[in-house]
Design a protein around this ligand. Structure first.
Ligand code: DX5
Ligand code: ZN
Length: 221
């Protein structure tokens, strides 16, 4: 029931295929792909052509985190490139409802993301329309930042809200997650963990297995 989504942003960009194989063979089932436009966030990462060529070397669920202004514009192109799930920021959409519906129409699963300072009330009304909520635990734009502790309160409140509504929504947390704080994130109510530097800094396969071990420990608790 818990999922590790290694974030490709932490990988060695001259060895993407090698790094993807390392985490896939170690048992990671999702790959988190961070698309940045230099406008919604300060930095620029990669886009559709890179996703499309990686699609040929992996069977993992491609979880595409769109850190771009008006991401609905790219729904079809990102789906075509190979996304299984497309996650968009509530803050980046003038018409969040219609952006969500546009992604849904492509056949992809839909996620909605919130920056640390955005309250969960911002997505209250669209919760029944999405498969996943991404709670950012750093300000988006860069890997390797420190986890912002108050975001755990948002995870707890969101898990409670999802339960009250009788929904089955996944909660993903992204940013500053390590082997040391992953347990706290899961106990707060998340079930999908994104980790970039904690996976790819050092031996990616070994680090993946250590995260999966934490998941097993939680499940048998
Ligand atoms: C940050 C990205 C993250 C990033 C996480 O804006 O959304 O997915 O790769 O990297 P770490 O795990 O190093 O914080
Ligand atoms: Zn991300």
């Amino acid at each position: 029931m818990y999922v590790l989504a290694p974030s490709l942003l932490g990988a060695d960009f001259k060895n993407l295929e090698r790094d993807i194989k390392a985490v896939e063979e170690a048992g990671a089932s999702w790959l988190h792909l961070d698309v940045m436009d230099g406008a919604f966030v300060p930095s620029i990462s990669f886009g559709m052509p890179v996703i499309a060529s990686l699609r040929n070397c992996s069977r993992m669920t491609f979880d595409v985190h769109m850190m771009v202004e008006e991401p609905g514009r790219y729904a079809e192109a990102v789906r075509e490139a190979g996304a299984d799930l497309i996650c968009i920021h509530a803050e980046a959409c003038r018409h969040l409802d219609s952006s969500i519906r546009r992604i849904r129409e492509t056949g992809a699963r839909v996620g909605v993301a919130l920056n640390p300072a955005t309250p969960i009330s911002a997505i209250e009304l669209v919760l029944p329309l999405v498969d996943m909520v991404l709670i950012m635990s750093v300000n988006p734009g860069f890997g390797g930042q420190s986890f912002i502790p108050y975001t755990l309160d948002k995870v707890r409140a969101l898990r409670e809200r999802i339960g009250l509504l009788g929904l089955n929504t996944d909660i993903q947390v992204d940013g500053g997650i390590t082997l040391d704080n992953a347990g706290d994130v899961l106990r707060a109510g998340a079930n999908i963990i994104v980790a970039g530097s904690a996976v790819f800094r050092g031996a990616a396969g070994d680090n993946t297995r250590k995260f999966l071990e934490i998941f097993r420990h939680m499940e048998t608790r």
